[in-house]
Design a protein around this ligand. Structure first.
Ligand code: ATP
Ligand code: MG
Length: 416
């Protein structure tokens, strides 16, 4: 064990400049979600292990290899949440919200997965997401996708993102497809990875989501789900596509898209980008009509998505997230002026403007520091100014400097 004080592999500190971007993404998402009628929910960061292990499916990568499981001092088996949907579904059941359907939830917060850390892939990462419970209609899928698209537009990255969409069909279609897949993969069993051999028994659809190179080759020629879709499933998908076309959201159907988690049916989708290298999926979701029943609740249709905030923040144009703001530097020229400078800074801030007090070094040094910090104005105070109840205003942009009364300062217009 290392005795150095350092952060755990796969975790990172979000510094002020990171948080400017994170907040911009989260605030934009929160506001959009409210417009669409999604109220914010916050579920605990850890739950009983069963909440995730039962819902995500024992054959999923997340449950097999990625969860942070631990036993607490009371002997309870707990898991740090690897994603948001299972917790929302648990809350829906344990809070007895069945009478209030339909319900729409928005959330954001940290998630934990034991993965191989790399750029855009962390062990503590951040997601925001939306869940719509209680609607069977494909138009709910359309609205949910529209919210995602609207958000990507709002944060200035929609032009970098592509919507890929597919259908997994209903239970009947999936069962039919499952049989076709088992036939195909059984004939090529010797070429399957060890993980996929296990999946062949338990959940052959999952093989299509494999990242193993050998599996990927087999997947390229695997039978397509499309051929096993019954009429109901075809109609459902057609309505989803018609809806997103009507809204003018560009998309492409990707028959290989299956999504990593067990509980999806009908619509599955991802927004991907080519701007982030290998970690190109920024937002992903789909319909999960069977989930709540699997967890012991009443049969309740649902559709939702989650976006990786770390990846969204990497794409956001900085000038959109960080609006230029006036910065007023307060400079005490001597001890008397410095004492008063605290009060002047307070007055400026109470007008809702950004003020920074420069409290160390000589007058010249302070001015240099203020300039370097990007200040637009400096308010200079010495003993004279204090006695005369005035302040010297320097405009850093024009170089202009003048003395005004403290009374005038109250309404002085600071502009960039
Ligand atoms: P991937 O195929 O990249 O592993 P996933 O299917 O496991 O993704 P989801 O469970 O669908 O991902 O999570 C939704 C989104 O959360 C992803 O599209 C991605 O943007 C983000 N995400 C998932 N895992 C991580 C991670 N370890 N670090 C950073 N972001 C992540
Ligand atoms: Mg993953």
């Amino acid at each position: 064990m290392s005795n150095k004080i350092q952060s755990v592999r796969g975790t990172r500190d979000l510094l002020p400049e990171d948080n400017l971007l994170f907040r911009f993404v989260e605030e934009s998402a929160y506001k959009k979600a409210l417009l669409y009628g999604y109220g914010e929910i916050e579920t605990p960061i850890f739950e009983f292990s069963d909440v995730f292990h039962r819902t995500l499916g024992e054959t999923s990568d997340v449950v097999n290899k990625e969860t942070y499981d631990f036993t607490d001092r009371g002997g309870e088996k707990l898991t740090l949440r690897p994603e948001g949907t299972a917790g929302v579904a648990r809350s829906f059941i344990s809070e007895g919200m069945m009478q209030n359907l339909p319900l729409k939830f928005y959330y954001s917060g940290p998630m934990f997965r034991y993965e191989r850390p790399q750029k855009g892939r962390y062990r503590q990462f951040y997601q925001l997401g939306a869940e719509c419970l209680g609607y069977e209609s494909p138009l709910a899928d359309v609205e949910c996708i529209a919210l995602a698209w609207d958000l990507l537009k709002q944060i200035g990255i929609s032009a970098d993102c592509t919507l890929e969409i597919n259908t997994l069909g209903d239970a009947e279609s999936r069962a039919a497809y499952r049989d076709t897949l088992v036939q195909y993969f059984t004939a090529h069993k010797d070429q399957l990875s060890e993980d996929s051999k296990m999946r062949l028994e338990k959940n052959p659809l999952r093989i299509l989501d494999s990242k193993d190179e050998g599996d990927k080759k087999l997947n390229a020629n695997a039978p397509k789900l499309e051929q096993s879709l019954n009429q109901t499933s075809q109609d459902f998908f057609a309505k989803v596509l018609a809806g997103i076309e009507k809204l003018g959201i560009p998309y492409k159907v990707n028959n290989h898209l299956v999504r990593g988690l067990d509980y999806y049916c009908h619509t599955v989708f991802e927004f991907t980008t080519s701007k982030l290298g290998a970690q190109g999926t920024v937002l992903a979701g789909g319909r999960y009509d069977g989930l709540i029943e699997t967890m012991g609740g009443p049969k309740t249709p649902g559709v939702g998505w989650a976006a990786g905030i770390d990846r969204l923040a990497d794409l956001v144009p900085k000038e959109l997230a960080v609006k230029p703001e006036v910065l007023v530097a307060i400079i005490g020229a001597d001890d008397q002026g410095e004492d008063e400078s605290v009060k002047v800074a307070h007055e400026i801030r109470s007008r809702g403007l950004k003020a920074e007090n420069f409290l160390s070094g000589k007058m010249g040094k302070k001015m240099q520091k203020a300039n370097k910090a990007g200040a637009h104005y400096a308010l200079i105070l010495g003993g004279n100014e204090v006695t005369n109840k005035t302040v010297t205003v320097k405009n850093f942009t024009t170089g202009e400097q003048k003395e005004i009364s403290r009374e005038e300062l109250k309404t002085f217009s600071f502009s960039i």
